[in-house]
Design a binder for this molecule. Sequence first.
Ligand code: SF4
Length: 73
Amino acid sequence: MSNKVYRGKEIEVYFDSEKCIHSGVCVKGMPQVFDLNKRPWVNTEGASANEIAAHIDSCPSGALSYKRLSQES
Ligand code: SF4
C-alpha cells in the first residue's frame, strides 16, 4: 500500500503515489497546500477545507482524495 494520510481539522487528505501521474496540477494550482519541498508535503491548513476539496477534485489521476471531517472534535 502506498496510501498516505494527512489529517487536518476539517479535512483528511489521502495520497496514493502509485496512481499519481505527476501532472503537477496539485502543486501548481495550490502551492500553499501542496508543496513537494515541505514535509509533510500536504498542508491541510493551507487553505479552507472547501478549497482543498475542490482542488483535489481536479487531480486527473485520482491519486489525491479526501474525506470531510465534522467540525466537532
Ligand atoms: S494532481 Fe494528482 S496526478 Fe497530478 S501530481 Fe498531484 S497527485 Fe499526482
